[in-house]
Design a protein around this ligand. Sequence first.
Ligand SMILES: Cc1cc2nc3c(=O)[nH]c(=O)nc-3n(C[C@H](O)[C@H](O)[C@H](O)COP(=O)(O)O)c2cc1C
Ligand SMILES: O=C(O)C(=O)c1ccccc1
Length: 383
Amino acid sequence: MGFGNDVQLKVYQHMEENIIPVSFEELELEAKKNLEEKAYYYVAASAGSPTDARRNTFAFEKYEIVPRMLRDTSERDLSVELFGSRIPFPLLCAPIGVQSIIHPEGELASIRAASEMGIPFISSTAATSPLEKTMEAAETDNHWFQLYWSKDREIAASMVKRAEAAGYKAIVVTLDTTMLGWREKDIENTYLPFLQGEGIGNYLHDPVFRSRLEKPPEEDMKEAIKLWAGIFGDPSLTWEDLEFLKSQTTLPIVLKGILHPDDAKQALQHGMDGIIVSNHGGRQVGSVVPAIDVLPEIAEAVDGKVPVLMDSGIRRGSDMVKALALGASAVLVGRPYMYGLALAGEDGVKQVLRNLLADFDLTMGLSGRSSIQELRSKALKRV
Ligand SMILES: Cc1cc2nc3c(=O)[nH]c(=O)nc-3n(C[C@H](O)[C@H](O)[C@H](O)COP(=O)(O)O)c2cc1C
Ligand SMILES: O=C(O)C(=O)c1ccccc1
């Protein structure tokens, strides 16, 4: 099929258009210069100490890639099938809320960039643009919706139904953010974008949410924000509650935030269609275990029964290779595309994704692998 070669060619053709830094570290520095300090730290920082913020990326360094030679890698097919639809690369855009604090076009710019490359975009509950409008901006229809399960479960059900009606192809339920983690930088900056009405577009447009208000948000935004803050997350949820969600949709349900093999097994027992091994980019729990470190035991526990996706720390093509070799079916990328958005809107996101894929494609070919299946065995050495 040669998806890989296409992207490589595209990157070379667009090389002179690289308007923002290619390396992640430079990209982050540049974004820091361009963004308002509070917004920059909202994206960049993690829970725990400043060194905790580097744990996820550092964890990848334990693994080294072992290339193989003379294997004809001239044609590479790096596509994968997820829930009955084929995507050109094992890459998705992670759900990221409040993108309007990064760029005025926010989620709309990101979904346009992702869809132009055939990459599924996972639309966040905490988006500023309502999910219907975001989907309308896309060129393709292979996008997913991420649910923050609200304390008012009728609101959660309503959002899932809206997502299905709008054409999203899967529901990602994020389990690790029933409350926002302790993020020192945001507290020092007294910064919570939602309190200014950013990132609550899906609620403001939700008929059930609106029905809970005395006055519509257009007349009383303060009341709407207060209601949002009261119902955002539900720490009382248990595995049994998943039955309710299943009864609300025919779409595949994917659990995001799994870090323990027993939780992965629970997901299977409760009929879930997939999981995402993730520590939320280290934003929720200080000193949290890196997702890449628990991926192998979780993949083993799932034993191929459902797709196992992974995020938290993917920065380069070699990180993708490592995650796939350790058992991921595909990976999600978060902050890098946010920095692309910060520096050059839609074009910036496109450039970040294109470079990541080109790096991945080349790393695969030069390692002697022409498809994801070939990565499974002995592709890595642990140091
Ligand atoms: C600014 C920001 C906002 C995020 N918002 C959400 C969200 O709304 N829903 C969600 O499930 N995850 C959210 N995440 C977590 C990402 O989906 C993903 O797990 C994480 O960014 C991956 O790590 P990485 O940034 O190291 O690639 C957010 C992450 C960032 C950086
Ligand atoms: O900041 C986050 O990590 C996040 O997931 C979130 C939660 C609520 C609203 C916006 C983003």
